[in-house]
Write a protein that binds this ligand. Structure first.
Ligand SMILES: [Zn+2]
Length: 684
């Protein structure tokens, strides 16, 4: 939930953060390369805390940090991500030298196979050919339906990771039901497009028109590389089919609206509501022949695709399957395939000037294939048990602070309060790594078969997800690996994940004081908890059932407090001609405010009632230093236009709504951040 805007959902293997950047640590838009520029000369004197708290706390960092030439912005969080990636690759290389067994061996062999470019060149399309031959052998619609069913993978996650994209005909997700938290159910989502979403096929703008032409050329180029005759004719057929698929797709806004996704279909519903193909045969091929109920996330797309199976010529579908097989595995194939993919998805679509180094792509492939195995290696080396113990104590204290805050709210109805308390009581907070590691026992990884490894890993993952059906729902299941710098609120599971990688400086430091840590990671923990109670979180009750448990009056009171915060952020002037958008960033600003206030309560309670002024300063400085950041102007403007999170500097100004901050820094009327007590926003 609350992910930042995704530039493209395509797995370009350029970034590690495949879960929605819930904390907004590294806005995707800011990762686009921008031309290098000289660092501005810094003024020598730091500002007063009451005038610019961000500049005051981060004066040193700002003076000595330059944005890397290939980045649009750079902050403490992005540096941590880069360092963590470099560390884990070094760890993989060291482990490989020790000739490991089991899952560690799977990690090292997977990485080795991906990195061995000479072997990949020599093998050519050997691993690809058996897949393409199966497609060539399709003789009728019956065989086509079987092939489409067999192509399904567990490759999307609409709620936690907010990943809606798959180039398979449909995406699958296995989770508890929206109305039935006690049973797992398969979710079926729209898919089948090689460009990010319907707008790319249907919007009548010059930019989209150019992309459509370039995409069709890309299809032809990939088909040609794979050895197909008449690649242009095939590309035209694939494009026409995808355009028709796109017409049945929901928009991005539709995908984000969980109420529109709440459609429980039986097998009979599929035949009645989506005629055109043999659904029983389709689901049998997908290993779901015995499944009685499905959550249909995008009903119009399911209906649309079934009709197209009936209407469109067999050859169009065969070309579609062949192209998407080549395209999907392109990054594990010889250089010509990799370069062609980058030419379209990197350079043309995103303006990225340079393909990322092979080791980064290799690590990203490892993270997709065997995330827990790599995460386990990372945790064993870099996440000490003492860190977990100390953080768990912080989590307990912060949850207790929320309990007290909810109890004290004068505007919330007693029944709503009761459910909120129950939601806090049953909240699962995962710290560092999952309670149970996923085992990859039985997954065959070869040191010399990059594409085959990827294919086998995807099938293995799908079978693991299928096996969840009929089992007891596990609210402690994680949705991101431990070595990714991020944090997530999973509304249906009523759970939070704080991966080990974010539990490092500047967010958490074993050597730092509690005051610092509560200000930095404590405010992040509070931020994620508060999402359970905002406009999105309030749609799910303590069991994770989709049910609005707020009264109308609760909602109105909440909105009134929220309006004051909207006005506060609307007034921030980022450029002479551009202010922040307080409405767009409201949910995240509320979470920042609630999170910081609860973290301070928790710190006060933990330090025996009331922190000293010195401790309070360490707390607030810990908070603001974790948001140290520099942005190029173009990148900052993009972020303000599209990102649900406020830019880092203004996130740190949250402090001006807390009375303790004024006392800690002796902030006086007339200073730029000063707010009279009645102007300070208190929602929670
Ligand atoms: Zn958030």
């Amino acid at each position: 939930m609350h992910a930042t805007t995704r530039v493209t959902p395509l797995k370009l293997a350029l970034t590690l953060a495949f879960c929605g950047a819930t904390m907004g640590l590294a806005p995707a838009i800011a990762q686009q390369a921008a031309p290098a520029q000289a660092a501005p000369v810094q003024a020598a004197a730091a500002p007063l805390p009451g005038d610019d708290f961000f500049g005051y706390v981060n004066a040193d960092w700002l003076a000595k940090t330059e944005i890397p030439a290939d980045k649009g912005s750079w902050g403490a969080g992005s540096a941590l991500g880069d360092e963590t990636n470099a560390r884990i690759v070094k760890l993989i290389e060291e482990t490989a030298a020790r000739n490991p067994a089991g899952d560690a061996r799977r990690v090292t062999d997977f990485y080795r196979a991906f990195m061995d470019e000479a072997a990949i060149e020599a093998a050519g399309t050997a691993s690809l050919m058996p897949e393409l031959k199966k497609i060539d052998a399709i003789k009728d619609k019956e065989a086509l339906v079987h092939a489409l069913g067999a192509s399904l993978r567990a490759d999307v996650d609409p709620l936690n990771a907010t990943n809606f994209y798959t180039e398979n005909i449909f995406g699958m997700w296995f989770a508890q039901g929206l109305n039935d938290p006690h049973h797992y159910v398969p979710y079926i989502l729209q898919g089948g497009l090689g460009m990010p979403d319907r707008a790319f096929y249907l919007d009548d703008t010059p930019r989209m028109g150019q992309l459509r032409t370039a995409y069709q050329a890309h299809i032809a180029a990939m088909m040609k590389l794979a050895g197909y005759s008449e690649p242009e004719t095939r590309a035209a057929r694939v494009f026409e089919l995808e355009k028709k698929i796109a017409q049945s797709h929901g928009s991005r806004e539709d995908s984000a609206d969980i109420q529109k996704a709440n459609n429980l279909w039986t097998m009979k519903d599929f035949s009645a509501k989506a005629p055109g193909m043999d659904w029983k045969a389709f689901f049998r091929a997908a290993g779901l022949g015995k499944q009685g109920k499905f959550m249909v996330y995008h009903p119009s797309a399911i209906t649309g695709a079934a009709a197209l199976v009936n209407e469109m010529p067999l050859q169009a579908w065969k070309d579609f399957l062949a192209f998407h097989t080549v395209n999907h595995f392109g990054n594990s194939l010889p250089k010509a395939f990799v370069d062609q993919r980058f030419e379209f998805y990197g350079r043309t679509m995103n303006g990225t000037p340079q393909l990322s180094p092979r080791w980064k792509r290799g690590l990203s492939a490892v993270n997709n294939a065997v995330p827990d195995a790599a995460g386990k290696m990372y945790v064993e080396r870099y996440f000490p048990a003492e860190a977990k113990t100390r953080l768990q104590a912080m989590v307990t204290n912060i949850v207790a602070a929320f309990h007290k805050r909810v109890e004290k709210l004068d505007w919330m109805a007693p029944a709503t309060k009761k459910e909120a308390q129950e939601k806090l009581r049953t909240l699962y907070v995962g710290v560092g790594y999952p309670d149970k590691w996923t085992s990859y026992e039985g997954l065959e990884i070869k040191p010399n078969d990059a594409m085959g490894n990827m294919l086998r890993a995807e099938k293995f993952h799908y079978r693991q997800q299928l096996a969840k059906l009929g089992k007891k729902v596990d609210p402690t299941e994680w949705c991101m690996p431990p070595h990714v710098v991020n944090a997530v609120n999973m509304p249906m599971q009523n759970a939070l994940n704080f991966p080990a990688a974010i539990l490092q400086p500047p967010f958490f430091d074993m050597k730092a004081s509690d005051a610092h840590n509560y200000g930095a990671i404590g405010s992040v923990i509070g931020h994620e908890i508060s999402h359970s109670f905002d406009d999105q979180g309030a749609q799910f009750d303590s069991k994770g059932r989709l049910r609005d448990w707020w009264t109308k009056e609760d909602g109105e009171h909440f909105k009134k407090g929220a309006a004051a915060l909207v006005a506060q952020y609307d007034a921030y002037q980022a450029f002479p001609d551009l202010k922040l958008n307080g409405t767009l960033t409201l949910s995240e600003n509320l979470a920042d405010l609630a999170g910081l206030a609860a973290a301070l309560d928790a710190f006060n309670a933990a330090s025996g009632g009331k922190a000293s002024p010195e401790q309070e300063r360490a707390f607030f400085a810990g908070f603001a230093s974790s948001w140290a950041n520099k942005s190029r102007d173009a990148s900052l403007r993009n972020q303000i236009a599209t990102d649900g999170h406020s830019p880092a500097k203004w996130r740190t100004y949250t402090v001006r709504n807390l009375d303790d901050w004024y006392k800690a820094y002796d902030v006086k009327p007339g200073q730029k951040l000063y707010l009279a007590p009645e102007q300070r926003v208190r929602v929670w």
